[in-house]
Design a protein around this ligand. Structure first.
Ligand code: HEC
Length: 116
């Protein structure tokens, strides 16, 4: 399982590096398409978009229905150490501000026009 997450992380990093050049013009606004690529690793635990928990050994909060600002502030809090969860701190440590904006834009876009 860990191996699979690592493979996914490497693939996502490569994909993010490639897409970064192509989408670099859109700097401060969250870019949902780039976020979709970066957020691929997150699905290993958060199980979005189907909202199923693929990691049944411990609870993982749903993030698909959150607001953009909530996701941004949560990720920055993990990165800054204001939220202590080691798993999410490790995740957030790898993200730039732009990555966080893009990921948040993507998660919010998952539920546009969806009442659930
Ligand atoms: C290895 C499993 C794992 C991965 C991978 C993972 N997360 Fe998490 N995430 C968790 C767990 C567990 C929590 C709950 C942590 C806590 O209690 O503070 C969490 C919490 C969060 C929260 C806070 C939710 C809330 O309701 O407060 C956000 C936002 C989040 N993750 C985003 C992400 C993003 C974005 C990624 C990809 C870059 C990601 N996570 C990757 C396991 C993971």
């Amino acid at each position: 399982m860990l191996k699979r997450i690592l493979v996914v992380a490497v693939v996502a990093t490569i994909a993010a590096t490639i897409s970064h050049g192509a989408l670099a013009q859109n700097q401060n606004e969250g870019d949902a398409e780039r976020g979709r690529v970066i957020a691929y690793t997150c699905f290993g635990c958060h199980g979005i978009p189907e909202q199923k928990n693929v990691y049944p050994t411990y609870p993982v909060p749903k993030i698909g229905g959150q607001t953009e600002s909530y996701i941004v502030s949560a990720l920055k809090a993990y990165r800054a150490g204001n939220r202590q969860h080691p798993t999410m701190r490790a995740q957030a440590n790898t993200l730039s501000d732009q990555d966080i904006n893009d990921i948040a834009a993507y998660f919010v876009s998952l539920h546009e026009g969806d009442d659930s």
